[in-house]
Write a protein that binds this ligand. Sequence first.
Ligand code: NAD
Length: 259
Amino acid sequence: MNTINQSAWQTATSLSGKTVVMTGVASGIGRATALQLASAGAAVIGSDVNQKDGEALAAEIRASGGRAEFLPLDLTNGASVDAFVAAAKPHDPDIVINVAGWDKIGPFLDNTPDVWEKLVGINFLGPIRMIHGLLPGLIAKRYGKVITVSSDAGRVGSLGETFYAGTKGGIIAFTKSLAREVSRYNINCNVICPGPTDTPLFHSIENEKLRAALVTASPMRRLGTPTEVANGIVFLSTPAADFIQGQVLSVSGGLTMHG
Ligand SMILES: NC(=O)c1ccc[n+]([C@@H]2O[C@H](COP(=O)([O-])OP(=O)(O)OC[C@H]3O[C@@H](n4cnc5c(N)ncnc54)[C@H](O)[C@@H]3O)[C@@H](O)[C@H]2O)c1
């Protein structure tokens, strides 16, 4: 007797009929995530400050038979986030994914207040403003997944990324607390922590020695690919992850390991 339900896993990992609102689709991990989400059947409402590449990504998904739309967004500007949220709401999202992020490497004391404000705006307040705006819709439908991309720097700290690590650690604590609050509405809130990943953000680190040291610090001794990180994000978006709540998943080749 065949006791294996051949389609069970396919059903559990399908995003058919689901709508995702996400940030950071113009580049790196966000771009790879949008492509994977679309291939899993989701409609993607993507955003980014880089309008040209974001629109190109949405067109690429549509050209391959997927569903995607691009809406502009600047996470450093509260009014822009509010306008994006207002435009995204009518799409009735099921899943909210915050991928966009920014970093500036250097000693803490060299950071000026304009850098602090940019880091907090993009990495911390931006995702929070997005979630604050879109959460009522998820609560109303008693279903939702909220996934935010943090960093292993936010779990264990990182030399030269003190303020960045602070914003990334903050979003982890925020997510865990939110998970406790919205579990009763069948909403899952989780975090993905990439390690060094082969994206323009990583290659913007000017210090070549630091880039090399970050790679060799990982037991797997290589950079992650954007798709490898995207796979973790997409998994947490699917029904297969319905009982995973308030967790932090590192996708970093073992750079950090947590009990
Ligand atoms: N690449 C890595 O090594 C690494 C490691 C740990 C964590 N991360 C995190 O992964 C996420 C994705 O980073 P990535 O490596 O793909 O970088 P990336 O630079 O390739 O992509 C980041 C995207 O965010 C967008 N963005 C930046 N500022 C914005 C703003 N003000 N408003 C809206 N969008 C804005 C950019 O235009 C870009 O498309 C970030 O949150 C980053 O902190 C990356």
